[in-house]
Design a protein around this ligand. Structure first.
Ligand SMILES: [Fe+2]
Ligand SMILES: [Fe+2]
Length: 338
């Protein structure tokens, strides 16, 4: 029995010819595979718009991972203990790894890493706006882990079932590491929340600053979200922005209570009828301003990223020369390692 996957890879020229309804056999096989919850793999035929959507989303995700290293790296040298420093370093390194998995996933769609980095550096591709906010105190490391990584997990767990195979598989590993990130943030805030009055105040201040931007991480409301409907149809996305945001709020409220911290929203209350927490309106003007480049750290983040890329040029050159040497490629001796 031919599965949808076999049909869409065993292409003939006729596959590209539209039938009377204007649908090609390729398209029908793709639609059938998506409907049957099969994974679309790199060599399979896929609609151009599906490919372009994935490249845009995976690139933006990869960029967010590596730009996201900056606000927390800011505190590595000032971590209050060896234990905290080791944890934070491990987390920041994980984020670099997430970037690598995701750039690799994007490469399977025929886009090189150089091209994507070039688009990031020239502002033609975006990263998550959350990383354009500054980390003012040590408690921000906790608030980022708890809220920002927490929001990322809420967003990313459903991506483990994304219709595009390489992206879905990258997300499985990323989500495991994100759980550690969320835990370390929560545990850090717990220590501060139960600490001295000054420590408690520092934790509360950090949560006050990160709460609303974290809610914005789920993207604009459903009725204003440009790409949502099509992405849901393709099973790249499984839940709407508003659904995921609500799920996140519902998770955070009891956790904030256990931390002994409050969330900065006077309208936050349990709605018995809906079975969810109601929350106040989000300031979308702020969201669009930060997205346009007018957040507190947009310029600093991209300048630092370009500098890191330039300063890493020698590593890339050395790695390429090493690879060439061991594969017998241009400039290599063809010798293999003993
Ligand atoms: Fe990450
Ligand atoms: Fe993370």
């Amino acid at each position: 029995m031919a599965t949808a996957a076999a049909q869409r890879t065993a292409g003939t020229e006729a596959d590209g010819t539209p039938d009377t309804a204007g649908t090609t056999a390729h398209q029908r096989a793709f639609d059938a595979a998506v409907a049957a919850e099969e994974r679309i793999e790199p060599r399979d035929w896929m609609p151009d718009a599906y490919r372009a959507t994935l490249v845009r989303q995976i690139a933006q995700h990869a960029h967010s991972e590596i730009i996201g290293m900056q606000p927390e790296a800011n505190w590595i040298t000032r971590a209050p203990s060896l234990r905290r420093k080791a944890i934070l370093m491990a987390k920041v390194q994980d984020e670099a790894g997430h970037g690598l998995y995701l750039y690799s996933a994007a490469e399977t769609l025929g886009t090189s890493r150089d091209e994507l980095l070039d688009k990031l550096h020239s502002g033609r591709q975006k990263y998550s706006s959350i990383f354009n906010y500054p980390t003012l105190t040590w408690a921000d490391v906790g608030a980022i882990g708890w809220l920002v990584d927490g929001a990322a997990i809420t967003n990313q767990v459903p991506l483990c079932r994304c219709s595009y195979g390489p992206y879905a598989r990258a997300m499985v590993r990323i989500c495991k590491e994100e759980s550690f990130h969320q835990r370390q943030g929560y545990e850090l805030l717990l220590a501060l929340g139960k600490g001295t009055p000054e420590q408690h105040a520092m934790a509360q201040d950090a949560v006050n600053r990160w709460w609303w931007p974290s809610l914005m991480m789920f993207g604009p409301p459903d009725d204003e979200s440009q790409h949502s409907a099509q992405s849901m149809e393709w099973k790249i996305k499984r839940h709407s922005n508003d659904e995921l945001r609500q799920r996140f709020v519902d998770i955070c409220v009891p956790q904030a209570e256990s931390l002994g911290l409050t969330l900065p929203d006077p309208e936050l209350r349990w709605n018995e009828e809906r079975g969810h927490y109601d929350f106040g309106p989000i300031d979308w003007t702020e969201f669009w301003e930060v997205l346009k480049g007018n957040g507190p750290c947009n310029e600093q983040r991209i300048t630092q990223r370009r500098r890191a890329h330039d300063e890493g040029a020698w590593v890339r050159e050395a790695a390429a020369a090493h690879a060439a040497k061991h594969t017998g490629g241009a400039g290599g001796t063809g010798a293999t390692r003993a």
